[in-house]
Ligand binder design. Structure first.
Ligand code: NOJ
Length: 553
């Protein structure tokens, strides 16, 4: 192995707060207009001060960039715009010195059509055609696997595309320029193991596995979550455990809780998976000022094996997906959160957190209170810690991936290159323009969102119950309040979130917890309680409260 490895406690990811960033728009250290790995290195102090633990880098490998780098043309090379392998290893070393971890992407399902494997596969005259012929899923007809849904509904009408050179159709679950690899071919299975080994060798602490459900195709199924797919991931996991114990695998399986459970196996498949269905329900609960949608999805959420963990997020680099809601819920969400056509994409909403919540500081804090205190390990999307906006006039999901707003200088301090050379335009106008929303301004303002996030991350860190504890939903009569206890042998906390804009009175039954007094986890204020009586809280509109439960002796 070449990269430095941290000695990792086996379930380190349970205590981790993740920070997802797009290297190309984070910080440009070499002044060419594109963010780079040296730029991330330069901002490690910022990330450490923010209080996050694991940095998730969106794709950095070679790619024609027609899908943000999820269209890989070489799994082993860093895209020259963002740097070199040596830059990557330096970043890992510097991160490890600060006790930060690095998570990279593995994109096993598909490659770019520019990948040499595909070029050799599609061309019968290619010298290596015999080797790569069966690396992809080819067919004489486009009528196979008709039960598989189309995912990029705004762009594709079929999961098959015709290749004139091979004179056959190839299978693709995403864009037509992203042919799916053929996992029935043992060479493909081995090739992807070598890729993961390579990134572990470079020092990666964790791997986010892109689009995991779709590795295999079988007639008469929807070609998702197939037993063969799970069997492959179990082998991948066994390899990782043997080769580099402590390396965490995070699945991006956008599925219902019942289907997602299989991705954890008996603790022998993925360590983590995102809880996709929870995310839109947090927004639904906020919109309806009623906790019911969250309660309903938690009732369907299975327990996980001990070493496993949910990944929880509010926003990410993709559209706010509405795949895991009912058609009625989807219509509600679109009408409420995406009133303009350009805010919608596929089955989702392409907006950032702050604009979704009307840039209302109380609602943004409330949503983050849920993110940081509910189940699992939270993932913060870069820029959301300062309430950055989006640009719906950019294509696809680019409007969610605009340059990080560092300060009030040219290009928001992202790059000193001329504006026309920037990877993407900086948001410069309106309430979200960089003169109003940027890191430096907020660092100087004790009441800023950024300073609030820093404080809350510090508070979270002091209580293992958040990352490692159990969740006990409380059911007070007032449904405008989402209330729960997080419990752990080291201590228990009560969290209250008033989803309503109006003040709410809520009576909470803590009789199971033998509480003598409550201590505000943020301010230290103490409140005495009468044993065995319901406790009454009066919450301001959108108020959250995190209380430490002090035990009776
Ligand atoms: C999931 C990624 O998050 C998304 O950005 C990408 O477009 C698809 N996978 C296809 O690779």
């Amino acid at each position: 192995m070449t990269g430095t490895q941290l000695t990792k406690p086996p379930t380190w990811y349970k205590r981790s707060v993740f920070y997802e960033l797009n290297v190309r728009t984070f910080y440009d250290a070499n002044e060419d207009g594109v963010g780079d790995l040296r730029g991330v290195l330069a901002k490690l102090d910022y990330l450490q001060d923010l209080g996050v633990d694991t940095i998730w880098l969106l794709p950095i490998t070679l790619s024609p960039l027609r899908d943000g780098g999820y269209d890989v043309s070489d799994y082993y090379a860093i895209h020259p715009d963002v740097g070199t392998l040596s830059d990557f290893r330096q970043l890992v070393d510097a991160a490890h010195q600060r006790d930060l971890k690095i998570m990279v992407e593995l994109i096993p399902n598909h490659t770019s059509d520019q990948h040499p494997w595909f070029q050799a596969s599609r061309d019968p005259a290619h010298p290596e055609h015999a080797v790569y012929r069966d690396f992809y899923v080819w067919s004489e007809t486009d009528q196979r696997y008709r039960d598989a849904r189309i995912i990029f509904l705004d762009f594709e009408t079929s999961n098959w595309a015709y290749d004139p050179l091979r004179k056959a159709y190839y299978w693709h679950r995403f864009y037509a320029h992203q042919p799916d690899l053929n996992y029935d071919n043992p060479q493909v299975q081995r090739a992807m193991m070598r890729v993961i080994q390579f990134w572990i060798d470079q020092g990666a602490d964790a791997i986010r596995v892109d689009a995991p459900p779709y590795l295999y195709e079988r007639e008469g199924t929807n070609c998702e979550n197939l037993p063969e797919t799970h069997a492959y991931y179990k082998r991948l996991r066994a390899f990782v455990d043997a080769y580099a114990p402590g390396t965490m695998l995070l699945a991006e399986a956008n599925q219902w809780p019942e289907d997602v459970r299989a991705y954890f196996g008996d603790g022998d498949e993925f360590h983590m998976n995102f809880h996709f269905p929870l995310m839109p329900r947090i927004f639904m609960a906020l919109a309806k000022e009623d906790r019911t949608p969250i309660e309903a999805i938690m009732a369907r959420t299975p327990d996980l094996p001990d070493i496993c963990q949910w990944g929880v997020f509010l926003r990410c680099h993709d559209e706010l997906t509405l795949e895991m809601v009912t058609p009625e819920e989807r219509s509600f969400m679109w009408e409420y959160y995406a009133p303009e056509e350009r805010m919608r994409l596929n089955l989702g909403i392409r907006r950032r957190l702050a604009p979704l919540l009307d840039n209302d500081p109380r609602r943004i804090r409330l949503a983050n209170s849920i993110l940081l205190s509910f189940i699992g390990s939270p993932v913060i999307y870069y820029g959301d810690e300062i309430g950055m906006g989006d640009n719906i006039w950019l294509e696809d999901r680019d409007g969610l991936r605009t340059p990080m707003q560092w300060n009030s200088t040219t290009n928001a301090g992202f790059s000193t290159a001329p504006a026309e050379k920037l990877e993407r335009p900086v948001i410069s106008e309106g309430d979200f323009g960089y003169l109003k929303v940027n890191v430096d301004l907020q660092l100087d303002d004790p009441g800023s969102l950024l300073n609030w996030m820093r404080t809350m991350l510090q508070v979270r860190k002091q209580h293992l119950a958040f990352g490692e504890g159990k969740l006990h939903l409380l059911r007070p009569a007032n449904r405008a309040v989402l209330a729960y206890v997080r419990s752990h042998e080291t201590g228990n906390l009560l969290v209250l979130n008033n989803l309503s804009s109006q003040p709410q009175r809520v009576e909470v039954d803590l009789s199971d917890w033998r509480v003598s007094c409550l201590r505000d986890a943020c301010t230290g204020c103490v409140r005495q309680v009468v044993p065995d009586a319901d406790i009454v809280f009066n919450l301001e509109g959108y108020q959250y409260a995190w209380w430490i439960l002090e035990k009776e002796n």
